[in-house]
Design a binder for this molecule. Structure first.
Ligand SMILES: NC(=O)c1ccc[n+]([C@@H]2O[C@H](COP(=O)([O-])OP(=O)(O)OC[C@H]3O[C@@H](n4cnc5c(N)ncnc54)[C@H](O)[C@@H]3O)[C@@H](O)[C@H]2O)c1
Length: 417
């Protein structure tokens, strides 16, 4: 997703210009407006596109009618939130999967009226938006089909597997006037919202550096490797997503990305003797330059057989240690000259710890309010662009300039949760 727009001018420590974060915090658009917004009225005035008609329908405050494509492992975490924990914002009306029994089973489990084929779901004019919960290799085709059906899109990460595919998705969405949002939307949770508020309030001074580490032990067979495409593309979006949310767009990347073991043992713990083939970098180490003037590093590996997920942001007067950014909630640690302060920001008890779906809720509010979703497609593209730059940099032995950018979304005014 190389979206339109040029990199921001660097904001150096000590600059008197209002930081983007502070500007974003003033722009409060998190509530349902009672009337169609300017943007919706504007798009209605332009002509009867399906996107504009859909936005108009949603101005009556009915729930966003949602279809689900992909009813595998992560689907229950979404459905639990969308149908039970935060009901009424979206109405899940249909679900589909290449495995019809998976769709039927999720429909039964969560009271979804229809389990159907993808074609039937996309042809249904009553469906406003679709959540694509399929694995990465299917994202481009499914995302494109959703947009071509004139429906708003929420996509699991990554948006696509190449820049060209990502750009085409955004271009088609723009042409058809449908919204694109997606994962890793973890910054909509209480932990990263609080982190953003602390940074905006100057709790660590001017942010100057960040470090992120993700090691994962869950890629222990060919299926996982093939469908998730390595640690950087699978779990990297959580870390790059959080870092870009807190520090803004990245302007260049230098990295080493290697296939550490071309043949890996199938389940180290089981010691069963067979192996699987690895054709995507399994360990990456990147250096990131942010437009704000901050620098960062990010290490991802699926070769370490342990789980570590952490991010630390360093400022001129303190540091912020974030909880594992694969989760919406957790405890922040704020270090300053006066000592360390723990700031617990758990999800409310009614949520499961591995909850998903806040980005879908925000998409519903965005469509209804005529604004862009916070976890929008240009940000997803930027994360993909910066991820792919790791592979390019390693291959070419040089820094890769990141041409894509995104506008920092405003802080949530009221909790989605
Ligand atoms: N498993 C997790 O913990 C987790 C967590 C967060 C995000 N995710 C993301 O969610 C997505 C799905 O992950 P998962 O773990 O649920 O995978 P999964 O393999 O368990 O489920 C994916 C489902 O999609 C179906 N599918 C594949 N291609 C399809 C197509 N073209 N049309 C319709 N259905 C199709 C499969 O049959 C399968 O049931 C991935 O992008 C992943 O990165 C997964």
């Amino acid at each position: 997703m190389t979206p339109p727009g040029s990199p921001r001018a660097p904001l150096k420590p000590g600059s008197t210009r209002t930081p983007p974060r502070a500007r974003a915090a003033k722009d409060r658009t998190g509530t349902f407006p009672p009337e169609p917004s300017e943007a919706v009225r504007g798009s209605l005035a332009k002509g009867p596109t399906r996107g504009a008609r859909r936005a108009a329908q949603l101005c009556d405050k009915r729930p966003l009618r949602l279809g689900i494509i992909g009813c595998g492992k992560i689907a229950p975490a979404y459905l639990e939130v969308l149908t039970r924990t935060v009901p009424g914002v979206v109405e899940v009306v249909a679900c589909t999967d290449l495995r019809p029994e998976a769709a039927r089973s999720r429909a039964q489990q969560f009271g979804i009226p229809r389990a159907c084929t993808t074609e039937e779901l996309l042809d249904d004019p009553e469906i406003d938006a679709v959540a694509n919960l399929t694995p990465a290799p299917a994202h481009h085709a499914v995302n494109t089909a959703v947009i071509r059906a004139g429906k708003h899109l929420f996509s699991e990460k990554p948006l696509a597997l190449t820049r060209e595919e990502g750009q085409r998705i955004l271009a088609e969405a723009k042409q058809r006037e449908v919204a694109v949002a997606g994962a890793a939307d973890i910054f909509l949770g209480p932990a990263l919202q609080r982190a953003q508020a602390e940074i905006t309030a100057g709790a660590i001074g001017v942010p100057i550096a960040a470090v992120a580490v993700i090691t994962t032990d869950c890629f222990d067979d060919q299926h996982y490797h093939d469908v998730f495409r390595g640690a950087l593309l699978d779990v990297g979006p959580y870390h790059l997503g959080a870092m870009t949310y807190l520090l803004g767009p990245i302007t260049r990347v230098a990295a080493s990305a290697e296939i550490r073991f071309a043949e890996k043992p199938l389940s180290v713990l089981a010691k069963c003797g067979s192996t699987f083939r690895v054709d995507q970098a399994s360990t990456t180490a990147g250096v990131l330059d942010f437009a704000s003037g901050a620098v960062g590093t990010i290490l991802t590996t699926q070769d370490a057989h342990t789980w570590v997920g952490r991010i630390e942001i360093f400022g001129t007067t303190g540091a912020l240690v974030l909880p594992d950014p694969v989760l919406y909630g957790g405890t922040l640690v704020l270090r300053s000259l006066s000592g360390a302060r723990r700031i617990p920001m758990p999800l409310p008890r009614r949520f499961r710890g591995d909850a998903r779906g806040f980005g879908v809720l925000d998409l519903a509010f965005a469509v209804r309010g005529g604004r862009r979703p916070r976890a929008d497609g240009t940000w997803m593209y930027h994360v993909l662009d910066a991820s792919l730059a790791h592979f390019d940099s390693s291959k070419e032995g040089r820094h890769i300039r990141i041409d894509s950018t995104f506008d920092l979304p405003p802080q949530l005014e009221s909790a989605l949760w």
